[in-house]
Design a protein around this ligand. Structure first.
Ligand code: ADP
Length: 279
């Protein structure tokens, strides 16, 4: 077996004498371990590449499935809804109150399912659509968002303020949707007080951290993780309308942009949603 040595030579004795000392340090075991570690690291890197490819493929498959399924599911569902509505219109007078109520529940259920399928489609489109990136002033994005939310803002007398926002190299449509979902929620989940929403950016070494702070109903710490999951809601539909898609879409957009999103909140004390965008 070959052995490895660390060799160190140095002069000894007086300058006139020509004596040299050599120290051989046997580092064979150290080198063996080093080589094994290198091999191990190499094989781990290979495994990560393979797994990432597999993961990307299964994500793409899942998104394709969601897209196709939601397209195809809407057609028969439309038929159910329209025939139920026909039944309701044509036989309303011949049916008793219970039967009319049951038809009403069925129509509501079908409409809700349609809304969820539409949302699923929107969710799967976040990463399946081709996108152009360009330099975008976030002030302009905020302006567009506020135009889209004008009705809710006026109805609730919401006050929206922001510290100067930066310019980022990202996709316009995704950012408008992200701002819209977060500000829209801040208005929807308002408390008795007039909604006050403040956006502010902070620049760090490699990223911007944005915050959207509201004075709304707040979120119990117990539920803060699950609100980003698709169709997860903390309220019944008769309390607050919705399907539980907005934060899931917000999270997916942030993933597309290479950042992270989280919330800090206390029940009854407002919420602050944070998200990062690498700069
Ligand atoms: P939806 O509004 O349709 O329920 P979302 O995905 O937007 O769906 O939100 C999920 C849940 O998170 C909501 O049901 C709500 O309980 C909570 N939530 C979201 N934003 C806020 C907010 N700004 N303040 C308080 N609760 C919020």
């Amino acid at each position: 077996m070959n052995r490895c040595y660390d060799v160190y030579a140095f002069k000894i004795g007086s300058p006139e004498s020509r004596e040299v000392a050599i120290i051989f340090n046997d580092i064979t075991r150290f080198k063996d371990t080093e080589n094994k570690l290198k091999e191990y690291q190499h094989s781990l890197e290979k495994q990560v590449v393979v797994r990432t490819k597999e993961q990307a493929k299964s994500n793409a498959d899942l998104e394709h499935f969601a897209y196709v399924a939601s397209h195809d599911l809407r057609e028969p569902l439309r038929m159910i809804t329209s025939f139920l509505q026909l039944l309701e219109r044509r036989y309303k007078d011949q049916l008793d109150t219970d039967a009319n109520e049951f038809i009403g529940f069925a129509v509501d259920g079908a409409k809700r399912l349609d809304a969820m399928i539409k949302d699923l489609l929107a969710y799967s489109k976040v990463s399946s659509e081709e996108r152009e990136f360009s330099l975008i002033k976030l002030e302009n994005i905020l302006e567009k968002t506020l135009i889209n939310l004008k009705v809710q803002i006026d109805e609730n007398n919401a006050i929206i303020t922001d510290d100067p926002l930066p310019t980022v190299n990202r996709n316009n449509k995704l950012l408008v949707q992200l701002f819209q979902n977060l500000i829209g929620n801040a208005i929807k989940y308002r408390s008795h007080d007039k909604p006050q929403i403040h956006k502010s950016p902070k620049e760090e070494k490699n990223q911007y951290i944005f915050s959207v702070k509201d004075n709304g109903i707040g979120i119990d710490s117990e539920h803060q993780n699950r609100i980003f999951t698709i169709f997860q809601r903390l309220h019944r539909n008769d309390e607050y309308e919705g399907t539980g898609i907005d934060l899931a879409i917000a999270q997916k957009i942030i993933q597309e942009l290479g950042g992270a999103i989280w919330v800090e909140s206390e029940l009854g004390k407002g919420s602050t949603f944070y998200f990062t965008i690498p700069n």
